[in-house]
Design a protein around this ligand. Structure first.
Ligand code: IVH
Length: 700
């Protein structure tokens, strides 16, 4: 190695150490001036000797001004969220259940702060940061490596040598309060919209196109979860300590807790102390420390059973109720909404709050002009929790509920035993008609992705689509006559509509907007009926004999199909060629026997978990990394380019979703049926089989 190269490496090492001291330890050992001096020297040397440049050099943390759009990357392990708890009792219950699942073993819990930022997955190979990906939809996220490289507390090159060759580390990217306030002050001066809270600011910053601006904003990151083979310790705690020694910022506030009493103390301590922290937190996280125990506990379909989040009690704000508006939803339910004097609450500006229904308004005995307490229910939608009666003025009037629909003027009805007032004008009330079109096109329903709220409105107001059946007679010329559409977008809409004809019957039933029929109920009634004619002919007794279907849902379904207009719409959907029956085929085959199949990307007809189940049902094996032994890649949308290239270079057959379904000789709905059956065998509720097999591989 030449002396110049050696010097460059030495400078990088020093600068990395100083970065670490400054950004991770908060203990700088040199002045900023001296730091800049070293940095300049390195920059000059790298310019003079470009052959020794390295994209991981600390000089590259300043970011670039080049605009780029993000590519989507599939997560190696899905990024799950945590189950929430809101009381000490719920946390205790979680601990008791976890212990019961580990018969007789002693169990340590690690208590951590729950940082309120945006989650990130970092992939390291041979000690270098390879890729940084946002959570996205949990299966795939945005590749934000360039922006993450500007976060100085994230090491580009790890220290030490005892790290695994390849591993993933997850954590939270956040904007400390100080940087957040500075950013908002600047935005105010520049006349730009303010960020509501540090979480939004961090998430927004991470998605900026200009990484130099990202670098300026001062993001930080705490890491809290390592996944990989050959980890140095068999405990979560041990691995976090090791990660700290490799240069990651690991919170100093993590604690091993040995008893429920220690857990309670930890909660009580942080409930108060968190207000002193330099970063936003919205709760605590409790994790089973031992990785084998984590493995034994496994996952529910959504969350690990070895960890739980505890959410701090929401902060309250006091503000004035100015007026009440009434919103009409897709099923005609009228919801009262409070308009408030804008007030800051847990970092956001609140000016509206839901009032749920008439009974809620009455129970608070709300008067216009009242001073009311506002809280963030479940963090997102603010709600009113009380009235400051002493500040009520004598002339104030009680809030009264509207008697007529604010949109169409029809007289509202409220069925006995129901909390909601409903506009009965199903076929003439605009927000209901538009809402139904939007719902029908939704991702979990017919998945016509070019139709969102605005397009539904546009289609409706133009008169082209007055109900969901009209979608299937739209022509290219009609769509092109609309303002927002050009050739390509029209084509996409038509394709989306055409594709929707393959959506399984269960989802068609969900898409119909039958009151009280959500995704799960739709599946149950669709399967019990078998086809639309039988469903339409079902009586209240037939329906209530299905598991979990009570009289309220049954009446709603019968009422829906008794309506002439709904029957006409269903007939038209049938003639348009939608799937109107469950297709029951053999539940399994050996077509894929001996075949190793990789699933990559996102899909139209089934979820990834369903495809895993389908592969297994047909004798195949779902594998997670490509090798020469892989037989097929089941490629959905946005398959990662690296995977595609590797698969192509190894000569592996790439199957589209349709190719795959026809290979196994299955219409989409029959495949769904198989998937459902096998998935339910491993469902978390199933006490015999507490671990979901396909998620188990996450910990491989
Ligand atoms: S552990 C599989 N630990 O909270 C479990 N999450 O509500 C992985 N979060 O998605 C998460 N602080 O974005 C974990 N100390 C912490 C955390 C934390 C913040 C976030 C994270 C997660 C969400 C769950």
């Amino acid at each position: 190695m030449s002396p110049i190269q050696q010097h460059i490496l030495e400078l990088r090492k020093q600068l990395n150490e100083h970065n670490y001291n400054y950004y991770v330890l908060n203990r700088p050992t040199i002045s900023d001036r001296d730091f800049d001096f070293l940095m300049k020297e390195l920059e000059q040397l790298e310019q003079l000797y470009p052959e020794f440049d390295d994209p991981m050099s600390p000089t590259h943390r300043v970011g670039s001004d080049i605009n780029k759009s993000f590519t989507q990357v599939e997560h190696i392990h899905p990024m799950l969220s945590l189950g929430n708890s809101y009381s000490v009792a719920e946390v205790e219950d979680f601990i008791r259940k976890a212990k019961a699942g580990l018969t007789g073993q002693t169990m340590e819990i690690v208590g951590e702060l729950k940082f309120d930022g945006t989650s990130i997955s970092l992939i390291y190979e041979h000690g270098r940061l390879l890729r940084a990906v946002t959570r996205g939809d949990g299966v795939r996220g945005d590749d934000v490596t360039a922006n993450v490289k500007t976060i100085r507390s994230i090491p580009l090159q790890l220290a030490g040598s005892d790290y695994p060759d390849a591993f993933e580390i997850r954590g939270e990217v956040l904007l400390p309060w100080e940087a957040f306030n500075r950013l908002n002050e600047q935005r105010e001066k520049d006349g730009e919209a303010l960020f509501a809270n540090p979480r939004n600011a961090a998430a927004g910053t991470l998605k900026l196109q200009n990484s130099a601006e990202v670098a300026r904003r001062g993001l930080d990151a705490y890491l809290y979860h390592i996944i990989g083979d050959n980890l140095p310790s068999d405990t979560h705690w041990g691995n976090l300590q090791a990660a700290r020694s490799w240069g990651f910022k690991i919170s100093n506030d993590i604690r091993i807790l040995n008893s429920i009493e220690e857990v309670d103390d930890f909660i009580n301590y942080w409930d108060e102390q968190r207000k002193q922290l330099p970063v936003a937190t919205d709760g605590l996280v409790f994790k089973v420390n031992n990785l084998n125990q984590q493995l034994n506990l496994g996952f529910t379909s959504k969350f690990p059973r070895w960890a739980i989040a505890f959410k701090f009690k929401a902060e309250q704000a006091l503000t004035r109720l100015v007026s009440v508006s009434f919103q009409v939803g897709r099923t005609g339910v009228v919801t009262p909404v409070a308009n408030l004097d804008t007030v800051p609450l847990s970092g956001t500006m609140v000016s509206r709050a839901t009032l749920h229904n008439e009974d809620f308004v009455r129970s608070l005995d709300l008067h216009l002009g009242d001073m009311v307490y506002v809280e963030k229910g479940g963090e997102i939608i603010p709600k009113i929790t009380g009235v400051e009666l002493e500040r009520r003025t004598p002339e104030s009037v009680p809030v009264s509920f509207v008697t007529h629909c604010p949109e169409c003027g029809a007289e509202l009805v409220r069925d006995e035993g129901e909390a909601a007032w409903v506009c009965p004008n199903k076929s003439g009330c605009e927000p209901q008609l538009i809402g139904k079109i939007e719902h029908f096109a939704g991702r979990k329903m017919m998945n016509i992705d070019s139709i969102g709220g605005e397009t539904a409105q546009l289609l409706f107001k133009s008169g082209l689509v007055r109900n969901i059946a009209d979608l299937y007679s739209l022509t290219r010329e009609q769509i092109l006559s609309l303002d927002r559409f050009a050739e390509r977008s029209a084509q996409r809409l038509l394709q989306g509509i055409e594709q929707s004809k393959k959506v399984p019957f269960e989802r068609v039933v969900f898409a119909l907007s039958i009151p009280f029929v959500g995704e799960t109920v739709a599946k149950k009634i669709a399967r019990a009926a078998g086809d639309i004619d039988r469903l339409m002919g079902m009586t209240i007794d037939d329906l209530t004999s299905i598991d979990d279907i009570g009289p309220r849902i049954a009446e709603s379904v019968v009422g829906f199909f008794a309506d002439e207009e709904n029957r006409r719409i269903v007939e038209r959907l049938k003639s348009a060629g939608l799937q109107m029956a469950i297709e029951r085929k053999a539940a399994s085959s050996e077509i894929l026997a001996g075949k190793s199949i990789i699933i990559s990307g996102t899909f139209d007809y089934h979820s990834r978990d369903e495809y895993k189940a389908i592969i297994e049902q047909n004798g195949g094996k779902n594998v997670s990394s490509i090798s020469k032994n892989t037989d097929y890649v089941l490629a959905g949308h946005n398959m990662g380019p690296a995977k595609l290239e590797k698969a192509t270079s190894l000569g592996i057959t790439i199957l589209s979703e349709e190719d795959f379904l026809s290979l196994i000789g299955s219409a989409p709905s029959s495949a769904g049926e198989q998937a459902e059956q096998s998935a339910s065998a491993g469902k978390p509720e199933d006490a015999e089989n507490p671990i979901m097999p396909d998620l188990f591989s996450m910990l491989d």
